[in-house]
Design a protein around this ligand. Structure first.
Ligand code: PHE
Length: 680
């Protein structure tokens, strides 16, 4: 295959170094404050079904895609995309630019963690009570008051006010720490992660064991694990499960492509992806046990006071959980300062490798494109990241952070980018090349089903989520970009501005000439120009069908509200058109032995995949209504039910046997792996 490079760029020292770095990127704040809360909110133990389906159907296949792309091209995302098809470089840049936006705010949250860690150390040394400590409902208010008023100087608007120098100092420390982790290149990162990944794991296990052994912990676990099966019938549950997997595995921002580009030429791909997916899941699940058992113990203690605080009074996701509810709960227990230190240290070490993984992916993107020196780009980038971070430490900074994060990690950023990545690689490139590339060096092989997962199954799911959330966003009360009183909703306008500018910058970047190119490389897709007309007629037909179905869907979307029954037939018709164009288009592509083929067929594939997802989204929108109410947990008993124990055992069995099997394949297939790698 012409596109495989013979050269070896700088690499991770060991296989373990790479796995830990990728796990470090995946395991972050999302595991600790995203997963447990979503599980609690969307069906308790029942949520695990869509979540596990999402890991196996989307998470691991997409990890394999990103790893094989990075590994095959040995370049960061933009250049990697350019090498499979020079017109798709912008997809890589798009992810990198949104990744850059993430590194303006992710370190701000880490700065909070460092501050709270220092408050805990102060508590340990001086033996004074923690500044957020307090009892009963007053204690909860005190914890809120401490975080929002005293620490953040928060006002519930989007004003800036004055800079909080205490946070700024921590932000500077965070950036300096990140700088020193990555300034020497991935070889050093591969060593640092031996500290930043196992250490928070160890802390999490300690926190979990302590939580589970406290009186009253079962109360919390009931909230966490008791399944509410009816939630499974709500598509929203599925939507959140898929979204969480995507974010948690750091997909779509080019991070995993970049990390894999530093892999050794002979390195495994499939097994690594499975190990990383399962390790991320294990961390999320165990973090949930730690959090809910501690909240349960807190509720138990508060029962003895005049103002009992049940778990549902304090439980929340995001910063509210990490900086209010959990610190409050810890402050109720013996050894509060020590345990708070352990918690914030865990949070900081969990987050820092996620933060520097994104920095690395932006850095590698720029370095691969411009040929500039890493030692010059990194300080400049860190400085700009730091300056932009100041934006989030004003009075309304947390609101800005939430809004912008919502855009990047929601529909407009992550779902759309993932969709684009799949359709571009699935249809504009011969995806089987990537599959073979991965299989040739992996401990176990993936079948042809994977091609269809990338071409159709995953993009249809992501597309459905995309169109569906789009509908929800725009039908939000008072409008999305306008406020109820008719004025502009400035934060949403800024958010949408960022996500709209990203593709424009991405396209511009892709037009700039890449300075550093190696001689071996040829752009594969335009090889053999004479073949380009092959299957034009069939391709043209399928593309026309795809466009027709798209037109029908747009008309239905515009008119959906009054009567669905009538439009139902049209949706079915559009669906049939989309599927037919998909079949004809794929048939045209299939006849080719080379990667080049009629462009119509490629576009037909992309368009009809989008159409199928739009049709599904319309159906879901109709059946679910506009707004979703969060589930209420019916807590009936004092004890965990048999079902919860079964769920616990299944999850642990899945994690232990899954990881065990992966490690077994990794150790037994070494010899085979070497032979197959030599074939390349
Ligand atoms: N996966 C990280 C988390 O769970 C966040 C992240 C997203 C990191 C995207 C890198 C890229 O917190």
């Amino acid at each position: 295959m012409p596109e495989i490079l013979e050269e070896q760029r700088e690499s991770w020292g060991t296989r373990g170094g790479f796995i830990l770095a990728a796990v470090g990127s995946a395991v972050g704040l999302g595991n600790l404050w995203g997963f447990p809360y979503k599980l609690y909110n969307y069906g308790g133990g029942a949520f695990l079904i869509p979540y596990i389906v999402a890991i196996f159907c989307i998470g691991i296949p997409l990890l394999i895609l990103e790893f094989s792309l990075g590994h095959m091209t040995q370049r960061a995302a933009p250049e990697a995309f350019r090498r499979v098809n020079k017109r798709t470089e912008f997809v890589g840049w798009w992810g990198i630019i949104l990744g850059f936006v993430i590194i303006t705010y992710y370190p701000v949250i880490l700065a909070y963690c460092f501050s709270f860690m220092f408050y805990s150390i102060e508590g340990i040394i001086k033996g004074t009570p923690l500044p957020w400590a307090g009892e009963g409902i007053e204690g909860v208010n005190n914890a809120k008051h401490f975080f929002y008023d005293q620490y953040l100087g928060y006002t519930d608007d989007y004003s800036f006010g004055s800079i909080r120098f205490n946070i700024l100092a921590m932000l500077i420390i965070t950036w300096i720490a990140m700088y020193f982790c990555i300034f020497k290149g991935v070889n050093l990162v591969g060593k640092i992660v031996w500290l930043t990944v196992p250490l928070p794991w160890l802390m999490l296990i300690i926190l979990t064991l302590r939580g589970l052994t406290l009186p009253g912990s079962t109360k919390g676990l009931i909230y966490y694990l008791e399944p509410v099966w009816s939630e499974l019938a709500k598509p929203t549950t599925w939507r959140f499960a898929f979204g969480q997997v995507f974010f948690s595995l750091s997909l779509a921002f080019g991070v995993m492509v970049t990390y894999a580009s530093f892999l050794h030429r002979k390195s495994d791909i499939n097994n690594n992806a499975a190990i990383i997916g399962l390790a991320d899941f294990a961390t999320s699940f165990i973090a949930g046990l730690a959090i809910f058992s501690t909240l349960g113990a807190m509720a138990h203690i508060s029962q003895q006071t005049q103002n009992p605080i049940p778990v549902e009074k304090v439980v929340s996701g995001g910063p509210g959980l990490a900086f209010v509810a959990f610190p409050y709960a810890l402050a109720q227990l013996p050894g509060a300062a020590w345990w708070s230190f352990v918690f914030f240290f865990t949070l900081a070490t969990l987050g820092i490798d996620s933060a520097f993984s994104i920095t690395e992916s932006v850095l590698a993107g720029v370095v691969d494109k411009t040929g500039w020196k890493r030692s010059r780009v990194l300080p400049a980038m860190s400085f700009v990241g730091l300056l932009l971070g100041i934006f989030y430490i004003g009075k309304g900074g947390l609101n800005w952070l939430g809004t912008i994060d919502g855009f990047i990690n929601g529909t407009w950023g992550i779902a759309f980018l993932g969709l684009l990545e799949c359709v571009v690689l699935g249809w504009a490139y011969k995806i089987d090349h990537l599959r073979k590339h991965a299989n040739e060096r992996s401990d176990w092989q993936i079948g042809r089903w994977w091609n269809w997962a990338i071409k159709l199954f995953i993009p249809v799911i992501l597309g459905t989520l995309f169109f569906w959330s789009l509908h929800d966003d725009f039908s939000a009360e008072g409008g999305f970009l306008r406020q109820a009183d008719g004025g502009w909703n400035i934060p949403n306008c800024v958010g949408i501005g960022i996500v709209a500018i990203a593709p424009i910058i991405a396209l511009t970047m892709s037009f700039i000439k890449t300075v550093y190119r190696d001689q071996h490389h040829r752009s594969t897709i335009f090889d053999g120009k004479t073949d380009l007309t092959y299957g034009t007629k069939a391709g043209f037909t399928s593309f026309s069908l795809a466009l027709m179905s798209m037109a029908i869907l747009i008309i239905i979307a515009a008119k959906l509200e009054p009567s669905f029954n009538y439009y139902w037939h049209l949706i079915a018709f559009a669906f049939v058109l989309a599927v037919s164009s998909l079949i004809i288009g794929n048939f045209t592509l299939k006849n080719r032995h080379k990667t080049s083929c009629c462009w119509f067929a490629r576009f037909a594939g992309i368009t009809s995949t989008l159409n199928i997802s739009a049709a599904l989204a319309l159906i879901l929108i109709y059946f679910t209504g506009k707004s979703q109410n969060l589930a209420k947990h019916p807590i009936k008993s004092e004890h965990l039910s048999g079902t919860s124990y079964i769920i616990l055992s299944i999850v642990f069995a899945l994690i232990i046997f899954g990881l065990g099997w992966c490690f077994y394949r990794a150790t037994t297939d070494v010899s085979k792996n070497e032979t197959s790698a030599r074939r390349n």
